[in-house]
Design a protein around this ligand. Sequence first.
Ligand code: KG4
Ligand code: ZN
Length: 333
Amino acid sequence: MKILAIESSCDETAAAVVEDGRRVLSSVVHTQIAEHRIYGGVVPEIASRRHIEKIDMVVQKALDDAGQTAHTIDAVAVTAGPGLIGALLVGVNFAKGLAFMAEKPLVPVHHIRGHIAANYIASPDLEPPFLCLVASGGHSLIVDVRDYTEFHVLGRSRDDAAGEAFDKAARAMGLGYPGGVALDRLARSGDDRRYPFPRPHVEGAPLDMSFSGVKTSVVNLLHNAAQKGDEVDLPSLCASFERTVCEALRTRLFAAAEQTGARVLSVAGGVSANTRLRAELIEEAARRGLRLCMPPLELTGDNAAMIGAQGYFEFCAGHLAPPSLNAVATLSV
Ligand code: KG4
Ligand code: ZN
């Protein structure tokens, strides 16, 4: 079964054709990052307008690359939430029009479920149940994936998402937007013990996380140093920040594995591209004899292949949308 998938929840206009939830026949991602960079973050109004301009070309290219047309695919899947509402509406309306015109079923997909499904593409034999650490720009979750369309959130960030903390810390350091990748790169030459930060934890909720404190510590440290005219060792600040955030994410995932007895773990979302996080998870999983699945770097950030993967399983579960489908900015997994 071939699904045409569309994703436009934030600043990437993406389309893909995915076969049976696991095989990517084509994947096209048009990123708007360069345009939002000058504002230091995503400007929702600009994002919506660019999606409108690009979506036609992106979808056409995804169909062409896969040797398909709107009439030869079997269904249209689209990210219906969560995300920026104006951005989501572009993809949802385009998908509705296409599905109506070609008389194909319309499958709404939850963006975070899509991130998790990137693992089905990367690990063709992966089947639920497994645990997934989701760390993106908008979410930090420990998810018990009980079945392809059955999810139970075991832990979450109570404030900033991990990616948001990366971006805000990086911005304070003058590393530009989005700063996660730049911070990752700079951290490699730093001393991760140079600036000790308190370990964030949520009293009485051992699987929950908090990242706004460590982000604020970075901002305050830079502010105080600037006032006193002190030099800041930026690579070491990056490494120290990264060590704190990665430890919080890693310990929650493995604590959840202990709590549930899960033997199979996975990661998803933009932050799962982080070099240190990947290395730490690989080492700890090996030490404990657990299986760890990780999407390749090109499937960690926003893309439509992951939406096509999850779309297949939503279709199999009978989760189809009527032509009145609307987009939603907030939506639980
Ligand atoms: O999943 P994603 O592409 O979009 C959302 O759904 O939010 O995640 C984007 C986030 C950004 O905050 C970005 O800075 C972060 O992922 N990110 C990274 C790295 N690559 C992307 N954070 C840390 N290290 C990286 N290598
Ligand atoms: Zn995302």
